[in-house]
Design a protein around this ligand. Structure first.
Ligand SMILES: *Cc1c(COP(=O)(O)O)cnc(C)c1O
Length: 388
């Protein structure tokens, strides 16, 4: 893949905007036509013609071209959030009486969409341990329309054998959707493994600067058209031109950010693994991960997201640890330039957490940013002393 061509050139037409090196933000809701005939022609294709920004915006279109190329997809749509992209991938495939198979610990709002929202419309979901491909096969029924994968998921880092799962679905005429937010297209390209639709929360590594919430859906031209004419245009959860422009900027440094983050994370994980305050590490690239071989085969690199079970006696120990950290922010989400901790123990009062998850109370998720590894390790060292 000619990565620098995709990130620096593809989709950009400098000659049409005064040779500006950086593309402009087309902050316009509408685009006008020279003539009646021009309008008539433009109306034939609202996805590819500057007409109305819900359907097409030139800044967003540059981003679509780049993201599609990164995922080896024919086409791509960008949404107001990752959750909008997940919903848009599933909705066109199901109606009352249909059935979905989903991995057991998906992103929390993906779980809510399937478990609560879609059930009201007569769509049932079976959640299954995706590490067990036979269990995935057994969960598929004659009425199953969609298989939802997330490999790995973003809190416990369970992987699926994407290729085998997608093949099982294809034999049965089931559409496979894979959330690829964790790996990014640089480390995993599920469409090449037989998946039909790839979705991303671009709020994480793709944008990478904690200043945008956005989502991405990549698929064949035909499927993207179906999503465009369905949930994209009817629900209208589009990304704005300014957010698309910020994402174009964020994307340019994706390879260097990920490389640096993976290096730092390797050092931080090695440090934590040797600490008495750490009971268990969940990181696909660490030798203790139960699916280490599958991770090696399916992911071409690591990143900065992992979680740790801390040897605390009680929630107060976790609290002292988090509060002692000086270089990590206490926050949700991940994939930015800054390091974060997200302790499950603090979620005890959240309704969604209580309903959708059973996670170890002593689990703390880390997102490693672009700081110097020594700075982070030193900070962790002093905070671990506050555990007991
Ligand atoms: C954050 C996240 C989402 C949702 O994306 P938003 O942009 O927050 O709507 C979906 N899947 C995964 C794996 C995520 O981490």
């Amino acid at each position: 893949m000619d990565l620098s061509y995709i990130l620096n050139e593809l989709g950009e037409e400098r000659g049409t905007y005064l040779n500006s090196v950086v593309p402009p933000i087309f902050e316009s809701s509408i685009f006008c036509f020279d003539s009646f005939a021009g309008l008539r022609e433009g109306l034939k294709d609202e996805l590819e013609t500057p007409f109305y920004t819900r359907g097409h915006n030139p800044t967003v279109t540059i981003l679509r071209r780049k993201l599609a190329a990164l995922e080896s997809a024919e086409d791509c749509l960008v949404f107001a959030s990752g959750s909008a992209a997940v919903a848009a991938a599933i909705l066109p495939e199901v109606g009352a009486g249909d059935h979905v198979v989903c991995v057991q610990k998906p992103y929390s709002w993906t779980g809510v969409l399937l478990d609560r929202f879609l059930r009201r419309f007569g769509v049932d979901t079976t959640f299954v341990d995706g590490r067990d491909t036979d269990a995935v096969a057994r969960a598929m029924e004659a009425r199953t329309k969609v298989l939802v994968l997330e490999s790995p998921n973003s809190i416990t880092f369970e992987l699926q054998d994407i290729e085998r799962c997608a093949a099982l679905a294809r034999e049965r005429g089931i559409t496979t959707v894979c959330d690829n937010s964790y790996a990014t297209p640089l480390n995993q390209r599920p469409l090449e493994q037989g998946v039909d639709v790839v979705v991303h929360s671009a709020s994480k590594y793709l944008n990478g600067h904690s200043d945008v919430v956005a989502g991405v859906l990549c698929s064949s031209r035909e499927r993207v058209r179906r999503v465009f004419e369905g949930p994209f245009m009817t629900l209208g959860g589009i990304v704005g031109p300014f957010e698309a422009w910020l994402m174009l900027r964020g994307l340019r440094t994706l390879p260097v950010r990920l490389e640096r983050i993976a290096q730092t994370t390797g050092k931080v994980v090695e440090f934590l693994a040797g600490q008495p305050g750490v009971e268990r590490i969940h990181y696909p690239q660490h030798h203790s991960h139960p699916q280490r071989d599958l991770a090696r085969d399916s992911l071409s690199g690591g990143n900065g997201l992992f979680s740790v079970e801390l040897a605390a006696k009680d929630i107060q120990g976790i609290e002292r640890f988090c509060d002692a950290l000086k270089r990590f922010l206490i926050a949700c989400s991940w994939g930015g330039y800054e390091s974060l901790v997200y302790p499950m123990a603090a979620l005890a009062d959240s309704e969604n957490y209580k309903k959708s998850r059973t996670l170890p109370w002593n689990l703390v998720r880390f997102s490693i940013g672009l700081e110097e590894p020594e700075v982070l390790i030193e900070d962790l060292q002093q905070a671990l002393e506050r555990l007991s």
